[in-house]
Design a binder for this molecule. Structure first.
Ligand code: ZN
Length: 88
């Protein structure tokens, strides 16, 4: 068993997804075999753009609610915490 990165469909949760080219912003796109819908990079994936990260960190400094950030930016709180630690 290797360390396989499992990406799941954000619409139906299926793991039956395939890479489907890149979005204009450079993010990996996926297409789900189960529901046929397309997903961008998984929020827990490390594919966030630097601008996006700065935006989220700025929002954190203003509001300092990880739960709010999760809801607004669809980013996992552990990811935000990692960025906060790095940026200090
Ligand atoms: Zn799906």
């Amino acid at each position: 068993m290797g360390v396989q990165h499992t990406v799941t469909c954000r619409h139906c949760g299926s793991a039956e997804i395939v890479k489907y080219g890149l979005a204009p912003n450079g993010k990996q796109k996926y297409r789900c075999h189960t529901c046929g819908r397309q997903s961008r990079d998984n929020p827990e994936h490390n594919g966030h753009l630097p601008e996006r990260r700065e935006e989220i960190l700025r929002a954190y400094q203003e509001r300092s609610s990880l739960r709010g950030l999760e809801r607004t930016f669809k980013v996992h709180r552990s990811t935000v915490i990692r960025w906060i630690k790095k940026s200090r």
